[in-house]
Design a binder for this molecule. Structure first.
Ligand code: MG
Length: 258
């Protein structure tokens, strides 16, 4: 299949999809508070999607039962919203994808519940900055491995590990298109700087670093969805859908966080 280059017209539709992702995720993330069940966040996401004429990319994807992934504390990604009650000090990652007029948008944000510890707040801020550093490296003419290196270098210089087995991805009509976008440079998971495909205008990519306070190893819960840190350390996740342009990339899901 290879990497699919999008036309201006297709990117215009992805801009609409991305705007919906950002608006809904912003609304949902501002509702996060102690005492709330994670399912309530999914209900808000569903209502806001309907209001905008879009549908969830996640619901029904390989049987995933919700509109939104909600991953708490040592959960990294793919948490299923349910009866878990959020507590003051928890760290909540919200990952959300939509389909609008045949095209996808995908983004994630991590927020503290009530008053988080300085350690948790630093992890959240660094993960967001690691994403921004990957986006800054995603310029036409750069190699994909330059993006991977930018993310990993930013995270590790600040004492965090990057999750290996889950990666960013191309995105378009499908949620997951080529290429896979590792957040590290070491084989077998990673791409070294200067390696991998050269970025070109019209490529549309979802970058999504996951940073852990402990090491990068993961395990999957008995629900067969939720991915957790193997050592029980905290994890945070940020994601944006971007379009490669002539110079700097355009962030199609901008506006999720201030
Ligand atoms: Mg994604």
């Amino acid at each position: 299949m290879g990497i699919i280059i999008k036309s201006e017209k297709e990117i215009a539709v992805m801009r609409q999809a991305g705007k919906i992702v950002a608006e809904v995720l912003r609304i949902v993330s501002r509702q996060v508070k102690p005492g709330m069940k994670t399912r309530e966040l999914d209900i808000i996401a569903e209502r806001e999607l309907k209001n905008r004429g879009a549908r969830s990319s996640f619901k029904g994807y390989r049987g995933f039962p919700a509109n939104l992934c909600v991953s708490v504390n040592d959960e990294i990604v793919h948490g299923i919203p349910g009866d878990r009650v959020l507590k003051n000090g928890d760290v909540v990652s919200l990952d959300f994808g939509v389909i609008y007029e045949g095209f996808q948008g995908d983004a994630a944000v991590t927020v503290p519940v009530g008053e988080a510890s300085p350690e948790a707040r630093r992890l959240i801020a660094t993960t967001r900055e690691a994403l921004e550093s990957g986006i800054a490296a995603a310029r036409a003419g750069a190699a994909l491995g330059d993006v991977s290196a930018a993310i990993q270098d930013y995270a590790e210089a600040r004492g965090y590990s990057v999750v290996r087995e889950y990666t960013g991805h191309g995105i378009g009509r499908e949620m997951h298109e080529e290429p896979q976008i590792p957040n590290c440079t070491e084989p077998p998971y990673g791409l070294k700087p200067g390696m991998g495909p050269v970025l070109k205008k019209g490529m549309t990519l979802a970058l999504e670093p996951m940073l852990n306070t402990g090491d990068w190893h993961t395990r999957v819960a008995t629900d067969r969805w939720t991915v957790l840190t193997a050592d029980g350390g905290l994890s945070a996740h940020f994601e944006h859908t971007i379009a490669i342009d002539d110079t700097e990339p355009e962030v199609l899901t901008r506006g999720v966080y201030a």
